[in-house]
Design a protein around this ligand. Structure first.
Ligand SMILES: [Zn+2]
Ligand SMILES: [Zn+2]
Length: 84
């Protein structure tokens, strides 16, 4: 009966971490536990999980690149029209 705790993120992902081994798992060379896993705590996080943060960061970067490209293109065509 090892103790686990769960972290729930704003993206509704969650992760479960081992809090502490029980007596049996501690004495087992492979830390195997044959008992029931006990969820001791559930922590509501006020941020997204690492995967989502990383993905959002990449999306934001890709969007910034796309906007920069579109912006540069727009300026160029405006300048051409102005020259007529
Ligand atoms: Zn255990
Ligand atoms: Zn997530």
């Amino acid at each position: 009966m090892c103790d686990f705790e769960e972290f729930i993120f704003t993206c509704s992902h969650s992760t479960i971490r081992l809090k502490s081994y029980c007596h049996f798992a501690r004495n087992d060379p492979n830390h195997q536990c044959f008992g029931v896993k006990k969820l001791r705590n559930v922590w509501d996080q006020d941020y997204e999980c690492g995967d989502c943060m990383e993905r959002n960061r990449r999306n934001a970067w890709a969007q910034a690149q796309a906007q920069r490209y579109n912006g540069g293109f727009g300026y160029g065509s405006n300048g051409y029209q102005g020259g007529q």
